[in-house]
Write a protein that binds this ligand. Structure first.
Ligand SMILES: [Zn+2]
Length: 63
């Protein structure tokens, strides 16, 4: 069986789970993805302030 395409957090490179974060109380819409430990994806600065990073299907290189 082939594993479904894995998603990664572009900031830390950790694999991403297709489940919302365990805890989400920032008032913004709950994201659909979280780190495997249930934590939200790493925050990135956007025009609207800090938001969880958008998962990428490519494993980030380096760093
Ligand atoms: Zn991360």
């Amino acid at each position: 069986m082939e594993k479904a395409t894995a998603l990664y957090c572009p900031e830390c490179g950790e694999e991403v789970a297709n489940v919302p974060p365990r805890v989400w109380n920032t008032g913004s819409p709950r994201p659909e993805h979280s780190h495997l430990d249930g934590e939200p994806l790493c925050a990135v600065m956007t025009e609207e302030g800090y938001r969880p990073a958008t998962p990428t299907s490519r494993r980030p290189n380096g760093e």
